[in-house]
Design a protein around this ligand. Structure first.
Ligand SMILES: [Fe+2]
Length: 206
């Protein structure tokens, strides 16, 4: 399930903040040796995004914000985020961000996404990278996070209903058999010693 939100972030300022901190990031990894050499993340941005965190009502909740940057022509395979996370994503480029879920490629600017219960992936078959500010919210149910955002007037009902007419009756759970998707599969597998280093080519700030 993906619910569109009304909240707008300062894309330009956040893009700049991301590229300023680029070198503090790292490839997504699973364990010690499995590295996803196409998905760069920068954590430790709590202070930077504190005003957004407060606006969203996440300041008293267990949440972890990060910049998430995925290279052009790369595929993050189908998976379910661990720890029952609920995701809140903000696109930071001019072109909408996208996520594949239930056979649909959703395009969004800001969205609440049930990444901890429903299978999803990011198929970037474009020549552009993808950059989002993502909050993973833990220890809260989808319904709790949805209600909190709705009370703050942040749910875009009209836009959400267009693609998900039954979104109000959505039940958040892991469908039987989908538990094999929890965590991230590796594609492609890059050994630690073969890690690709970031180059200026990828730092497309636009
Ligand atoms: Fe995910």
């Amino acid at each position: 399930m993906l619910v569109h939100l009304n909240y707008q972030v300062d894309k330009e300022a956040l893009r700049k903040a991301f590229f300023d901190r680029y070198d503090q990031g790292d490839w997504h990894r699973k364990g010690d040796n499995e590295v996803f050499g196409f998905w760069w993340k920068v954590f430790g941005i709590e202070e930077l995004v504190a005003p957004i965190t407060k606006d969203l009502g996440l300041d008293t909740l267990d949440n972890k914000p990060r910049f998430s940057y995925q290279l052009p022509q790369s595929t993050l395979d189908n998976h379910i985020d661990p720890y029952n996370a609920v995701g809140i994503n903000f696109n930071l480029f001019d072109e909408s961000a996208f996520i594949n879920m239930n056979g649909v490629q959703h395009r969004y600017e800001s969205a609440l996404i049930d990444v901890g219960h429903r299978v999803h992936g990011v198929l970037n078959n474009t020549d552009s990278p993808r950059l989002v500010l993502k909050y993973a919210v833990y220890n809260q149910s989808w319904d709790e996070v949805y209600s909190m955002l709705d009370k703050r007037g942040l749910v875009n009902h009209e836009k959400t209903a267009k693609f998900n007419p039954s979104y109000k009756s959505y039940k958040s759970y892991i469908v039987e058999g989908d538990d094999i998707y929890i965590g991230h599969k590796i594609n492609p597998t890059v050994k630690k010693e073969d890690r690709i280093q970031p180059t200026d080519m990828w730092k497309i700030d636009r």
